[in-house]
Ligand binder design. Sequence first.
Ligand code: TYD
Ligand code: MG
Length: 455
Amino acid sequence: MARDGAVYACQSCGAVQTKWAGQCPACSAWNSLVEELQSRPPGALAPSKASRTRGLVFEGLEDETPAPPRIATGVEEFDRVCGGGVVPGSAILLGGDPGVGKSTLLLQVAAQAALRGARCAYISGEEAVEQVRARAQRMGLADAPVKLAAETSLRDIVDGLKREGFDLVVIDSIQTLWSDAHEAGPGSVTQVRAATGELVRLAKKRGVAIVLVGHVTKEGTIAGPRVIEHMVDAVLAFEGERGYPFRILRGAKNRFGATDEIGVFEMGDAGLAEVKNPSALFLNTSGERAAGAAVFAGIEGSRPVLVEFQALVAPSAYGTPRRAVVGWDNGRLAMVLAVLEARCGLSLGDRDVYLNVAGGLRITEPAADLAAAAALASSALDEALPQDCVVFGEISLSGEVRSVSRMDARLKEAAKLGFRRALGPADLDGGGAREVVGVSRLADAVRRIGEGGWN
Ligand code: TYD
Ligand code: MG
């Protein structure tokens, strides 16, 4: 039986329940509901303070608002993902797994911005000032006029920030802050929400840009940054594969810019180095691409991502040819093979076919049809695709190549990674610099691949 005023907040998704349960009804996480005391029943409005408000005032859409000014931090990959610098008065959430390099990135951002004249503070709730200073020295940033503090009390942080004028403040991390106005422990949904709310208000009121670090946890033992995504102006994700030095900064939400930009960094002994030409990192871009390989420009969730489809078409030693596929749908492969056979005159029925999506990704988008077909045709005809070409398009049973969503985003990501060519649907618009082969029928794509002679 719930006590009066008690509610149960899921530490994973933030959903609030009036009854405890072993599994969160909203996100199905186990053991994630924690009792939190509410001063008011959920849904009740705060007592009216009519004397202090000025009432509802309407304005027109046509009224002019100048574009927001930006603080260029000097870390260009970061600035670009933010939409061309950090907007004063905005709140940015930087999420990522522990150890991926969030503290390193933001210390670098604060230091570079400070060297360019911005008034910057770096407040750590996880490390002592000496540790932060030692890290800055190792990264060659000891001269940057950044003000450091180690603090977890929200009240002290807010008071301190009100006292001193700053342009950019990093709070590392939001999960370590606690406010004495709430009973719940640091890292709980209540505390994380309260701290974010207070800091966002302060940012807006004082025109200071605040960057909050949020650890992403899969277990849900501390509140994930998801519960505060709606409160901030921009959500950035910092990602990296274990064992690889490369880190990718992506925008997941941005009220002041696009979200299809990525920033690429390399973690080294002296911190994060910006990678200006990342094409070589993810895909084999040096030399010729082997016959049977096609790079698919896909969209994973909201994000563009390039992956390589690898196909091998070989004579079969058995009566029943083998079909093996990793990372793509079996049924889809059968369909593409049938269309290649029936509409393009490629006879594959008596041959073994292997198809593999490199890197362990699983692709579910119909837009990958043409990439798979191109890889298969390339292997069957023993003609390689050009190494700087991406492929995407949906294939219909009649052999048509159909348009797919977000073609601009795909081309933009491809161009960012050094791919200047694309093979895709007929309505593909190269937009100037890119060389685009638009085909309305799969047979045209197969013919073009068979001709070879790309330069
Ligand atoms: P950190 O920024 O502390 O990660 P987060 O704040 O996201 O938890 O980075 C931690 C990792 O980065 C750690 O494993 C060591 C590595 N690192 C380097 O390789 N070189 C460096 O110069 C720095 C500062 C960190
Ligand atoms: Mg850290």
